[in-house]
Design a protein around this ligand. Structure first.
Ligand code: C5P
Length: 292
């Protein structure tokens, strides 16, 4: 197979707990990851040597340079192959916004590892790719499998979970992004010790939207509000517009709102438009449906 296509899905975090600060500078987390139906598209084509990245519809701030996680992932992959194994041309079509708390860069990195693993028939599989993924970023390992999962450690220790009930979502993002290190280092994160994760998972079994909505939790939310006050405003607007619950995703600044139906999600989205924010309507997707 000489050409391969992949979809790299975004995520939200229905629960993100900061348990404490670690000696290595990272924060110990307990968090839930959930894949959503917003995705980038990548293609991989073998070539004689070298790594080439072409980005179409590149948003401002995304360049095919050394900071790009797709290139970092590809370089790391080839470092682990025997010299002279060949090269690759990668094309990336970006739909997931940057610095949004939706994991776009991490998902692209995981899709790159999986795509190259397939193209070069290494046989490493998920187990073999896990340490490479973890070295690229704390939430890259989640994206190797996607779906619903619990994350521990700095977020890289993944336990797959049964699918949550499907959730209709409205995503709202201010034009500007937020830097993940800035959010963690703001001194405004709220510390908890595992209760919100337990509570959410317990109530998720009941399958009722109101329960899920009531147990959304993000310890980084106060930090995102502090660094970008309009994020708090977006959350309030989503709830006013009829969302059953709303929460900052990851380190923000995207806020997701839960809607009882696709039609209600559309109605909420229309109310959120016209304020200079980016708005998307989507829903959660399972690990089964993200398999390429
Ligand atoms: O792992 P990743 O490179 O995605 O993390 C980016 C930054 O976010 C880290 O350098 C750190 O400042 C912060 N972070 C953290 N604790 C985590 C994950 C990320 O403090 N568990």
């Amino acid at each position: 197979m000489a050409l391969l296509f992949a979809q790299a899905f975004a995520k939200i975090n229905p629960v993100l707990e900061v348990l404490g600060k670690r000696p290595d500078g990272y924060h110990e987390l307990s968090l839930l990851f959930q894949t959503i139906g917003l995705y980038d598209v990548l293609s991989f084509e073998k070539k004689g040597g070298g790594i080439e990245l072409v980005i179409s519809s590149a948003p401002e701030g995304l360049a095919p340079d050394d900071s790009n996680l797709v290139l970092k992932a590809a370089k790391l992959f080839f470092k682990n192959l025997p010299p002279g194994s060949g090269g690759v041309k990668i094309s990336l079509t970006k739909n997931i916004p940057l610095a949004a708390g939706l994991g776009g860069g991490s998902s692209d990195a995981a899709a790159t590892l999986l795509g190259l693993d397939d193209l070069f028939q290494t046989g490493w599989g998920l187990e073999g790719l896990q340490p490479l993924a973890a070295s690229l970023g704390s939430d890259v390992p989640f994206f190797l499998r996607g779906g619903t999962a619990l994350g521990r450690g700095r977020g890289e220790i993944i336990t797959p979970l049964p699918p949550l009930p499907e959730m209709n979502l409205v995503l709202v993002k201010p034009k500007e992004g937020l830097s993940t290190p800035a959010v963690f280092q703001s001194g405004k994160a709220r510390l908890t010790s595992g209760e919100p994760t337990k509570q959410f998972l317990g109530l998720a079994k009941e399958g009722k939207l109101a329960y899920l909505a009531g147990s959304l939790y993000n310890g980084l939310e106060p930090a995102a509000f502090f660094l970008m006050p309009q994020v708090e405003n977006i959350k309030a607007h989503l709830l006013e517009a009829g969302a059953a619950g709303a929460l900052v995703s990851g380190s923000g600044p995207t806020v997701f709102g839960l809607a009882p139906s696709p039609a209600r999600a559309e109605a909420i989205a229309r109310k959120m438009e016209g304020q200079g924010w980016n708005v998307w309507v989507t829903k959660t997707v399972t690990a089964e449906s993200v398999k390429n």
